[in-house]
Write a protein of this length. Structure first.
Length: 317
């Protein structure tokens, strides 16, 4: 069987099993195109968390990284949540351990703890509020002025939120090491190479939070748009610009090119690939559905605490 036929056979079997088992396939924007095309819904962390809450499917197969699948489980304890590979980690999640956080909290016992969604379930359980990059500013603004704030784990998002809100915060020095390369100098280099292009930044995942910080500072020029995937698609259709630089993980190029084929989308760095996201393949997605592996389990005492922090995140922005 040639490669094309093999892929088609796997896709057909995935769709058959999905129907048979009443499963929902959620895929993050950074998944490979073949998986995005099969999914019931493709989106960012917040969109996927919301979709997971709305479904009446019996099984949720989460094509993303482990902390996202944990979030789906926290919000849907009665559902079976599967992830096709347990190796789909996240360097930002790994930048803070439970011991680190407990020690930090002990130094600031009265602080409100604000955690970016890229954290493990046990870290979320120790946070007061969980945020995404699109609602972090609004949620931090809602904290009373006289309260001290600990912000974790993404230092770029923390610096951006501190500047936007004017709040003094203690910020954990974590970053997404995978995409430290998607930085200011690289963007300026590409803007010089493509002076007619507008810059699109997706405000999600640690790979682009440093761009938020520089954009807010005015360091990236005027034509910078910080938008969700659907916002990017709208912008590409509405503006006269024909070419866009995309400062985000390259997986996002697939939905953009599909939706606006008459525009050119150039990655700021074509090596900006999250290897954790790419641990999910058609083959392990098929195995996941067939054998119902790997099931995500969050202990109830952790889940209920993490749920409180997550509820604000899901309800705002
Ligand atoms: S892109 Fe960075 S922050 Fe996002 S999942 Fe990959 S390692 Fe984590």
């Amino acid at each position: 069987m040639n490669e094309g036929k093999k892929v088609q056979a796997i896709q057909e079997e995935i769709l058959r099993l999905k129907k048979e088992k009443n499963a929902l396939i959620l895929a993050h924007n950074y998944q490979i195109p073949e998986i995005q095309d099969l999914a019931d819904f493709v989106g960012d962390s917040l969109g996927l968390a919301r979709r997971a809450q709305e479904t009446d499917a019996d099984i949720i197969v989460f094509c993303g990284v482990v902390f996202m699948a944990e979030t789906a489980k926290i919000l849907n304890p009665e559902k079976k949540v599967l992830i096709p590979s347990l190796d789909a980690g996240c360097s930002l999640v790994d930048s803070i351990s439970l011991e680190d956080l407990r020690a930090w909290k002990a130094e600031h016992p009265d602080a409100v703890v604000v955690g970016y969604v890229n954290t493990s379930a046990e870290i979320k359980a120790e946070c007061d509020i969980c945020v995404t990059s699109s609602n972090a500013v609004e949620l931090v603004r809602s904290i009373p002025e006289d309260r001290e704030i600990l912000f974790l784990p993404d230092m770029f998002l923390g610096a951006y939120v501190a500047r936007k809100t004017g709040r003094k915060m203690h910020i954990w020095p974590g970053e997404c090491h995978v995409h430290a390369r998607l930085g200011y100098h690289r963007i300026r280099q590409m803007q010089t190479r493509y002076p007619d292009a507008e810059l699109l930044v997706h405000p999600e995942c640690g790979c682009s939070t440093s761009c938020l910080y520089y954009a807010e500072n005015g360091d990236l020029g005027e034509h910078v748009h910080i938008l969700s995937t659907s916002g990017m698609i709208r912008k590409a259709r509405e503006t006269r610009a024909k070419r866009f630089l995309v400062a985000t993980e390259v997986g996002i190029l697939h939905p953009l090119r599909k939706a606006a084929p008459d525009r050119e989308f150039v990655p700021v760095d074509e090596e900006a690939i999250c290897p954790y996201m790419k641990k999910i393949t058609l083959e392990n997605l098929l195995t996941s559905l067939r054998e119902e592996v790997y099931e995500i389990d969050v202990p109830e005492n952790i889940r209920t605490k993490a749920l409180k922090a997550l509820q604000a995140m899901v309800s705002v922005g």
